[in-house]
Design a protein around this ligand. Sequence first.
Ligand SMILES: [Zn+2]
Length: 76
Amino acid sequence: MEQVGGFQSGFHAKKVKREAARWPQFLICRHDCQEIIQLVSHVSGEVEFELCKIEAERMARVLLEAVNESDSCLTS
Ligand SMILES: [Zn+2]
């Protein structure tokens, strides 16, 4: 079976202490957050992506906005 990207292939998110960051040098955070969110692949069991709580909330908001956007931009 072909692997597809994104959540359909199976990810879960978990909150961990900043010290537990997998790639602290690449962590998306400029606010000294003490907790970060990691996306873990169910397939590999590996952390695929991580970012701090504040950035995770921002990203969630951006995604929700996109989902709920009126489709006027598609029809124009
Ligand atoms: Zn942060």
